[in-house]
Design a protein around this ligand. Structure first.
Ligand code: HEM
Length: 157
């Protein structure tokens, strides 16, 4: 098996990872949160959000790992780590930044610092908490779409 095969396999895994991960973020930002925010009973929407969030977090951890590792593998295979020094590859910087934000939130900040605080805050003021999470997800979604646009144009230009 030639080494090109591994590069193509990494690219396939990378793009599948991106689709599942950013697709999930888009679903939460554009469908789930607007629905929950429009429900009259805050307690019910909090309970539903908690259940969905738990499952999503597990999946997001796996796809974040797959996307990051495959991206790093491709950079190594292409001997292209010096792209980080070239502003023309702004989309590699942006991809890595988004990946870092999610990795830090999923693996470090949320489990160790945010989880209890966020749930306390959500219990006290569900409206404000949903608004905050919604806004953050929209910002990450827009940045992710810009990174995807930059990557697809950058790779195939
Ligand atoms: C540590 C994180 C990441 C690294 C190191 C990384 C690195 C890479 C590399 C090296 C490529 C191939 C470029 C080429 O063939 O010249 C690529 C492709 C791509 N990346 Fe990433 N990436 C990361 C995270 C992400 C994230 C978070 C997204 C989405 C928001 C993303 C979206 C894409 C897309 C859509 C392509 C495919 C371009 C194409 O073949 O049309 N990547 N990435």
């Amino acid at each position: 098996m030639d080494s090109e095969f591994f590069f193509v396999a990494a690219r396939v895994l990378h793009v599948i990872g991106v689709v599942l991960w950013i697709g999930g973020v888009a679903f939460i930002a554009t469908v789930l949160l607007p629905t929950l925010r429009s429900m009259p009973e805050a307690e019910k929407s909090m309970a539903l959000f908690g259940a969905v969030e738990g499952r999503f977090k597990r999946q997001a951890k796996i796809v974040t790992l797959i996307t990051g590792l495959s991206g790093m593998f491709m950079l190594t295979w292409m001997h292209a780590w010096d792209r980080y020094l070239d502003p023309a590859f702004w989309w590699v910087h942006l991809m890595t930044f988004i990946w870092l934000v999610f990795t830090l939130v999923l693996f470090v900040i949320e489990p160790f610092f945010l989880s209890r605080k966020l749930h306390d805050k959500a219990r006290r003021n569900p409206g404000n908490t949903f608004r905050l999470i919604h806004r953050m997800l929209w910002i990450l979604l827009i940045l992710s779409l810009i990174a995807i646009l930059g990557a697809v144009v950058g790779v195939h230009a």
